[in-house]
Design a protein around this ligand. Sequence first.
Ligand SMILES: C[S@@+](CC[C@H](N)C(=O)[O-])C[C@H]1O[C@@H](n2cnc3c(N)ncnc32)[C@H](O)[C@@H]1O
Length: 457
Amino acid sequence: MELPKDFRNKMRDLLKDEYEDFMKSYEDHKAQGLRVNTLKIDMEEFQKMSPFHLDKIPWVKEGFYYGDIDRPGKHPYHEAGLYYIQEPSAMAAGELVDPQPGERVLDLCAAPGGKTTHMAARMQQQGFLLTNEIHPARAKILSQNVERMGITNAVVTNETPARLAERFPGYFDRILVDAPCSGEGMFRKDPDACAEWSLENVAVCAGRQMDILEHAGTMLRPGGRLVYSTCTFSPEENEGIISQFLKKNSNFEVEDIQVFEGFDRGRRDWVPEGVADLEKTIRIWPHHVQGEGHYIAVLRKTDGAEHGKWKGPKVFTDKKTLKSYFQFAEENLREAPTGEFLLFGEQLYLLPEGMLSLENLKVVRPGWHLGTIKKNRFEPSHAMALALKGEQVKHKWNLPVDSRDILAFLKGESLEAEGPKGWYLVEVDGYSIGWGKLSDRTLKNHYPKGLRWTGNY
Ligand SMILES: C[S@@+](CC[C@H](N)C(=O)[O-])C[C@H]1O[C@@H](n2cnc3c(N)ncnc32)[C@H](O)[C@@H]1O
């Protein structure tokens, strides 16, 4: 791989004796990882079922390396949301945010959703996860991943950090800023990041990062945790940003967290007048661990205004319209998911607890999408299927992973089936993957058109 000359010179100056080892890492095979989605399956069960060659990633409970010959991206278990393919070092960020069930959590720069889906699994569907992405097309992909992983307590927005900061001052218990960066740590994985790199771009990224971090700081409650991460080596985007932020915001400090074996500490001596706390931040180097390059700082807000002016959401309560949903639930579910509803056009959502008004914000997914209400008829959504478990429905239809039927289902074909009429939760080896509707011995396929598999498998 041809690395930019300015980049090589800069890294040689920074790393000195370690430079040769660092450069050799570009010739090593790149480690690939997947993270088990504990919202859908427990770790032991996944290890028993997995057809992949798994090796534990030491720094994340749910993380595994998979083998070079494995293809987990095109597998029915992937479509059922049993795991998320994620770069191993990147899993450290979610681990260090460490969100708890019931908390209010913000992922400010979230697409495609690796860390969001990790944090959601830790929250176990309890609390409020606001996951935001500034670029519309990427926000859509983020939303699809939230759906595939069966997350019910997330709201997906497509906003700027500034607009969110106006709406949510002092609101969140934990915030992740996985900042857009020059991507130096990903050159091995992503040649485009290498082609786009320049010293000027590093400076542009640093300006943007400072702005995003300031807004994030505003949205954190006193006592809350703010994690800043990048996948780049440049000190200007890492220790430099944290140092400037701490000098401007004396109500923040760096938390002294345990580092995993192979992780290094941040370098105070790499930035002018760096604050002492930089040595508590974390660097992950590709020549010290099996993973790409990352930087992570865990900050704590020590005090500040208790909270701002928060406005609750507009809740939909029209019983007549909701009747068709409850009728569907009566006929097909063991218990109706209930709480605060939102009707957005014809789309019915269930709001996460602790959610605020989303008025005038660009919202891609305002909560758990339950389905569509059209002419007093309710049709359940794919998002509902993916979040349901077999024991929650009256009828289910299980397809073994190695059957012809699971491929047919993923391709959108109808299946032959027997049983009473109605909606069936279709499963792969006992894990929900979509809906089918049975009548006259035919299970009509409701797997979304945009997700259907094409070609031969
Ligand atoms: C490193 S990526 C996030 C990866 C993601 N956290 C994950 O784990 O899948 C950074 C994201 O920040 C977004 N971004 C770019 N400019 C931004 C800005 N000014 N404010 C907020 N986010 C921005 C990018 O579109 C990109 O999706």
